[in-house]
Write a protein that binds this ligand. Structure first.
Ligand code: CIZ
Ligand code: SF4
Length: 350
C-alpha cells in the first residue's frame, strides 16, 4: 500500500494512543488488518470492544451490524466509529424490521405465533435483534447456532430464523437431525411469505429467504471440480454456504473454526476453503507448508467489507486525533435495551 498513507496511519494511531482501539474483522483487507489491535469474527470483536472500557474510540473495521453490536455491548462513554458508513451487509439488509413485523402477523394469522421462538443471526441490524429480544428469542453466531436452536426448541415448537436461510437450514438438518421437509422458506417479498397456513403449521423451522452474497456463491460444482483437480483435498466451508455445498464438504464451521482447523492441519495437506477471499489469502500466506486454496475459481470478496480501505481508516484516525468525532454508530437506548436481552441470552448459553 501507499507508503505515505501507511506513515499517516501510524502517526494518527500514535497520536491517539490508548484512546483508540482498532478492531479488524477477518474479512478486512491486509492494509487495514496491519493496523488492527485485534482481529476476530463479529462475535469476538464485539466482546473485545466491551473488554476495553478505557478506550474512548472503538474503530471498527468491519460492517455496520458489527459496529452496532459493539455499541450495544460497550459503555455510554465509548464511541464506536465505522470508517466508511457505506460498509453495510447485504444479508443483514435482507431482513428489515417492517418485514419481520409482517411475518409475525402472518404467523399469528396461522395460529402458531405462541409456539414460535425467533432466532436471529448476529448478521442482522440492531432493530431486528431488538425485535427478537422483545419476543422471547435470542441471537446466534455460526459458532453457537446449534446451542441457540436447542435453547429455542426447549421453549417453543417452532423457530423463525433470520436472515440467513443457509445457516438455519444447515444447523437444523446437519446438527439437530431435522428433515429438509421440517424446514420451510418464508419469502418476505411474497404475500403471506409465499406459504400456506398449513405449511406454516406443519413446519418446525421457518427460514427467512436471505443469504450471504459471498458464501452463497459457492456451488456443488466448485466442490466437485476441486476434488477432481486436487486429489486428497479437504473441503472446508462456512455454514453460510448452500446446503448442498455444506453436505459435500468435509468440514463445516465458523471463521474461527476455519482458522483453528488450518493451524492444526499437517504439513503437506491440501485445503480448499469456502469463505471470504481476504481471509483465505491470509491463511494461505500464513501456512506456506500446507496447500491452502480458495474453493472457487472466481474471486469472492465481500464488497462492503472491502469498502474499509487504508484511505478511509487514515481519514477516520486523523479526524479523531484532531478532535472531530466522525462516523459514530449509535443504537437508540430502547432498541439497545432489547437487543441486549437477545445478546445476553446468547452469551448465557451453556
Ligand atoms: O459472513 C460473515 O460476515 C461472518 C461469518 C461474520 C462473522 O464474523 O460472524
Ligand atoms: Fe454480510 Fe456476507 Fe459480507 Fe458477511 S460476508 S458482511 S454476511 S455480505
Amino acid at each position: 500500500s501507499d507508503p505515505d498513507l501507511v506513515a499517516r496511519a501510524r502517526a494518527a494511531k500514535a497520536a491517539l494512543g490508548d484512546r483508540a482501539f482498532v478492531l479488524g474483522h477477518h474479512y478486512q483487507r491486509d492494509e487495514v488488518i496491519a493496523f488492527a489491535d485485534v482481529t476476530g469474527d463479529s462475535f469476538k470483536l464485539a466482546r473485545d470492544a466491551a473488554a476495553r472500557p478505557a478506550a474512548e474510540f472503538i474503530v471498527f473495521c468491519g460492517v455496520h451490524f458489527m459496529a452496532e453490536s459493539a455499541d450495544i455491548l460497550t459503555g455510554d462513554d465509548q464511541k464506536v466509529i465505522l470508517p466508511d458508513l457505506a460498509a453495510g451487509c447485504s444479508m443483514a439488509d435482507m431482513a428489515a424490521l417492517p418485514q419481520v413485523e409482517t411475518a409475525w402477523e402472518v404467523l399469528a394469522d396461522a395460529g402458531v405465533v405462541d409456539q414460535i421462538v425467533p432466532v436471529t443471526y448476529m448478521n442482522s441490524s440492531a432493530d431486528i435483534k431488538g425485535f427478537v429480544g422483545r419476543h422471547g428469542g435470542l441471537v446466534c453466531t455460526s459458532s453457537n447456532a446449534k446451542r441457540a436452536l436447542e435453547w429455542a426448541y426447549a421453549r417453543g415448537g417452532k423457530v423463525l430464523f433470520f436472515p440467513d436461510q443457509h445457516l438455519g437450514r444447515n444447523t437444523a438438518v446437519l446438527e439437530l437431525g431435522f428433515d429438509l421437509a421440517d424446514c420451510v422458506l418464508y419469502d418476505p417479498h411474497k404475500p403471506g411469505g409465499g406459504l400456506t397456513p398449513a405449511q406454516v403449521r406443519d413446519a418446525r423451522m421457518i427460514l427467512w429467504r436471505g443469504h450471504c452474497s459471498v458464501h452463497g456463491r459457492f456451488t456443488l460444482d466448485s466442490v466437485e471440480e476441486v476434488r477432481r483437480r486436487v486429489p486428497g483435498v479437504n473441503v472446508l466451508v462456512h455454514p453460510e454456504c448452500r446446503h448442498e455445498v455444506v453436505r459435500a464438504a468435509d468440514l463445516v464451521g465458523s471463521t474461527e473454526f476455519i482458522i483453528r482447523t488450518l493451524e492444526a492441519a499437517p504439513p503437506g495437506s491440501a485445503w480448499a476453503v469456502g469463505t471470504e477471499l481476504n481471509l483465505v489469502r491470509r491463511l494461505a500466506n500464513a501456512h506456506p507448508e500446507k496447500r491452502v486454496m480458495f474453493l472457487d475459481k472466481t474471486v469472492c470478496y465481500c464488497a462492503t467489507m472491502n469498502r474499509i480501505d487504508l484511505p478511509h481508516l487514515v481519514w477516520a484516525l486523523e479526524e479523531l486525533a484532531a478532535g472531530r468525532v466522525v462516523n459514530r454508530i449509535t443504537v437508540d437506548p430502547e432498541t439497545a435495551r432489547y437487543a441486549r436481552v437477545a445478546l445476553d441470552r446468547m452469551l448465557a448459553l451453556p
